[in-house]
Design a protein around this ligand. Structure first.
Ligand code: K1U
Ligand code: ZN
Length: 167
């Protein structure tokens, strides 16, 4: 297994729209395992392939305290959205920035497991928020795009400065 490098906002690669996974190969299984390891090490509760510069529709999520409830979604599609929830979100691609975002409170998602089986999942609360956040990544959208233009430009400036200082 391997830890993967996570792209940081405002890297333009974070705005790439990911392509569907055509076939579940050993390379896809290895990438999913490496993404899970990277998410746990960060630590985080989700990670989309886009964030590790792989532009395919694959994401991992684990919102459990014990870190023993890993969910892997291949080609996820939201079938239903209901209600509204406002929660503070963070993002491993936008380190140190947390802000409130409004999303659907309850969703139904259809996706494929690593074994190739299709499944549907009903999610509410944090799990629903996290899955929507990760699917946004696959669509090239970062959570800061829900914030005001002023906040976005402040965040962009702060993270660009940090990246330059780290060089
Ligand atoms: O996509 C990502 O960058 C991961 C992100 C997921 C997320 C968090 C909160 C709301 C929506 C989506 C994170 O995991 S940020 C880190 C974080 O929230 C966390 C880290 C350790 C323990 C608990 C939470
Ligand atoms: Zn994120």
């Amino acid at each position: 297994m391997a830890l993967l490098k996570i792209l940081h906002f405002p890297d333009p690669r974070l705005h790439t729209v990911a392509k569907p996974v055509a076939e579940i190969t050993p390379e896809i299984r290895q990438l999913a395992a490496d993404m899970a390891e990277t998410m746990y090490a960060a630590p985080g509760i989700g990670l989309a392939a886009t964030q590790v510069d792989r532009h395919i529709r694959l994401l991992v999520v684990d919102i459990s305290e014990e870190k023993n409830s890993l969910l892997t979604f291949i080609n996820p599609r939201i079938l239903m959205k209901e209600g509204e929830i406002v929660r503070e979100e963070g993002c491993l691609s936008v380190p140190g920035i947390y802000d409130k975002v409004t999303r659907a409170e309850h969703i139904r998602v259809q996706a494929t497991h690593l074994d190739g089986e299709s499944f549907e999942l009903d999610a509410t609360g944090l799990l629903a928020v996290c899955i929507q956040h990760e699917i946004d990544h696959l669509n090239g959208k970062v959570f800061v795009e829900y914030l005001s233009r002023l906040k976005q430009s402040r965040i962009k400036r702060k993270l660009t400065k940090q990246a330059l200082e780290a060089m």
